[in-house]
Design a binder for this molecule. Structure first.
Ligand SMILES: [Zn+2]
Length: 312
């Protein structure tokens, strides 16, 4: 039996799982990223986290390591071009640096892509050859699984959060307007609610301490502002998903991330919009599924990336 390490490098935490090639998690470790320490400081933290799990499990040989990072990557070379969570990281060849320090094969991918791969291995995408995945968190990320493997180009790709929904829409962090993320991410749901509250719209929401969970609970109680914003998110998601399915000819979409806990508040509008926008005749085959692995999906996906590349 082979053992793999999967890492999720976030802006706040580095999380590492020791997982067998059968998908059983044997050990898990979480530590602070300390992103403010810059590139070298974070790389030290990554190596330390890997070594903690290695020293805790001395009898387990590690065959490969998968690493997920938010941002634009060149996965074939293992280069992090840009990461929104890691200040100062620009065109860093993480693969080369880590390989010098660790005698273990390493693969690096975009974090949302690895969430898709994790779901393909052990979650909602198990036994489904082709699907798209959207993860609705602080931002919106995505991944495309094609024939059971990640679909990527020269860069990680699948930047579904920046699909354009409305050309004259809100200005997104990426510098463009009307991206999906400006409707369906936690950060933007909150921002939109604040704007409406400031404009005097009646609501049971409390202006201070707004979060996506509170908005979902308010929507459940019939709060019109919260209901409206989740429906708007569902509408934007429906358009984005229809575009993707129309292009790819896939029939399955999986949705995860913290905002997906508000499922009931957006799924009706999402499905209605999706059905209106789909070109194809395979409506009855289209499935919208919820992710199953929660916040461990990325770690399992990182291990699966290593497993697939090792051919084991
Ligand atoms: Zn954008």
């Amino acid at each position: 039996m082979a053992n793999l390490l999967g890492l999720d490098i976030g802006g706040t935490n580095i999380r590492v799982g020791l997982v067998t090639d059968k998908g059983e998690m044997l050990d898990f470790y979480k530590t602070r990223t300390e992103a403010e320490r810059g590139v070298e400081g974070v790389i030290d933290r990554i190596v330390d986290a890997i070594n903690v799990l290695r020293s805790r499990n001395p009898n387990r040989q590690i065959s490969g390591i998968g690493i997920g990072i938010a941002g634009i990557l060149r996965p074939k070379e293992g280069i992090v071009c840009f990461s929104p969570n890691l200040p100062g990281w620009k065109d860093i060849n993480l693969h080369k640096i880590l390989r010098k320090r660790l005698e273990i094969p390493i693969w690096i991918e975009n974090d949302a892509n690895l969430i898709a791969l994790g779901e393909a291995w052990l979650g909602a995408g198990k036994d489904i050859e082709n699907f798209i995945l959207l993860t609705l968190g602080t931002g919106v990320g995505g991944g495309i699984v094609y024939k059971g493997r990640l679909f990527t180009g020269e860069t990680s790709g699948a930047e579904m959060g920046h699909l354009k929904i409305e050309p004259e829409g809100e200005l997104c962090l990426c510098g463009r307007r009307g991206c999906l993320e400006t409707y369906a991410s936690a950060a933007w749901l909150i921002r939109r609610a604040e704007k409406r509250l400031d404009a005097g719209m009646p609501s049971i929401l409390d202006r201070s301490g707004l979060d996506a969970k509170g908005m979902f609970l308010a929507a459940r109680q019939g709060d019109i502002l919260s209901e409206h914003l989740f429906r708007k998110a569902g509408w934007a998601l429906g358009i984005a998903i229809a575009n993707l399915l129309n292009i790819l000819g896939f029939t399955t979409v999986i949705i995860g991330g913290g905002v997906s806990n508000a499922w009931d508040a957006f799924i009706g509008t999402l499905k209605y919009t999706l059905m209106s926008e789909l070109l194809s005749v395979f409506y009855s085959e289209v499935r919208v599924l919820r992710s199953r692995l929660g916040d461990m999906a990325g770690i399992f996906g990182a291990c699966y990336l290593a497993k697939q590349n090792l051919g084991i």
